[in-house]
Design a protein around this ligand. Structure first.
Ligand code: TYM
Length: 335
């Protein structure tokens, strides 16, 4: 029996992934790769929608791939590849551009946030069409399930709309994908500013837990996380954003529910709770960090793995692209 298809990706826009990427996405990926025919990309084409230093981008791409593998993505089982190694992504994205409404694309909240941050002169058109490239990523592989954090929900919704529109205009080509978003850890917030999401581009160095941080650094950041004054470990996103965020993180790495965590720390202060969170996060991240650094010691082997996996990705993607080209009426090349 063929396994259902799964697709997801991350931008190589920092030297390390952060705790949000890890618990919002990577933990689910690792679990799901057993039941699904999974494709995981390092989306370097998306990353250049904000300026990147070329040499650093290459490094960050390898580092991101190494962290996928170190966190348990198996490159022999799942197809782990670099987006720019598969030209069909940009080819399909052009076709999808032509069926996307300008107003529809303008409603994407991530674009609205980013463009208001950079201003209209600092915002490039790639940032505007970013979700359409993401739709191409997903649709090329006839994906059923897209495991992502909560911030990508709207992009997956757009993907579904584009797939349905294409199918009704040109005939059934695309599978309609569904987002899979974890319940409590869908959004991890900045430890110093628990109202804004933990982000690679965030500007609070003490508020972001990097997967590749040393244990001491992780501990320090967690012990200094912003909480509140009532001293009770209880989950309430509105009234207790800092404590709830630490609970979500702790729950994601230990498998405990929010209620179990509340019971576990009943009668304890935040000091004890934070120590437990730090211990659990370090125990989870440290082996990943060590393995990622080991993998990065042999970049040639990493590049070889990525090349082998890109071949498989190209095969699947080109098949979908050929059908799309035929459906929209492009003359087949005679050779
Ligand atoms: P990116 O690189 O911003 O984030 C990668 C994954 O991490 C999740 N995430 C979070 N989860 C919880 N809390 C947070 N603070 C947090 N920050 C990030 C994201 O939801 C995501 O799952 N557009 C995508 C990359 C992409 C993609 C795709 C994803 C491109 N093509 C196709 C799925 C399918 C992005 O920017 O992710």
């Amino acid at each position: 029996m063929t396994k259902p298809r799964l697709y997801s990706g991350m931008q190589p826009s920092a030297d390390s992934l952060h705790a949000g990427n890890y618990v919002g996405a990577l933990v689910q990926w690792r679990k799901m790769q057993e039941e699904y025919d999974a494709f995981f990309s390092v989306v370097d084409l998306h990353a250049i929608s904000v300026p990147q230093d070329p040499a650093e981008l290459r490094q960050k791409t390898r580092r991101t791939a190494a962290q996928y593998i170190a966190a348990g993505i198996e490159p022999e089982r799942s197809t782990l590849y670099v987006q720019s190694h598969v030209p069909a992504h940009t080819q399909l994205s052009w076709v999808l551009n032509t069926i996307t409404g300008f107003g529809e694309a303008s409603r994407m909240t991530q674009f609205k946030d980013k463009s208001s941050r950079y201003g209209s002169d600092g915002t490039n058109v790639g940032l505007f069409t970013y979700p359409i490239l993401m739709a191409a990523d997903i649709l090329l592989y006839q994906t059923q399930v897209v495991p992502v954090g909560d911030d990508q929900r709207q992009h997956v919704e757009l993907t579904r709309n584009l797939a349905e529109r294409f199918n009704s205009r040109f005939g059934e080509v695309f599978t309609i994908p569904e987002a899979k978003i974890p319940a409590d850890s869908a959004r991890i917030y900045d430890l110093q500013n628990p109202e804004s999401k933990m982000s690679k581009s965030g500007d609070s160095p003490q508020g972001i837990l990097w997967l590749l941080d040393e244990p001491k650094v992780l501990q320090k950041k967690i012990m200094r996380a912003i909480t509140d004054n009532d001293g009770v470990v209880a989950f309430d996103r509105d009234a207790k954003p800092g404590v709830s965020n630490l609970m979500a993180l702790y729950g994601a790495v230990t498998g405990s529910t929010m209620q179990q965590i509340t019971d576990e720390f009943a009668g304890h202060g935040y000091g004890d709770f934070k120590k437990a969170v730090a211990g659990a996060v370090v125990a989870e991240f440290e082996p990943v960090r060590e393995r990622a650094l080991e993998l990065l010691d042999d970049p040639a082997e990493l590049d070889r793995l990525l090349a082998v996996n890109a071949e498989r990705a190209n095969e699947v993607a080109n098949e979908t692209l050929a059908t799309v080209y035929e459906k929209v009426g492009f003359l087949a090349s005679a050779r």
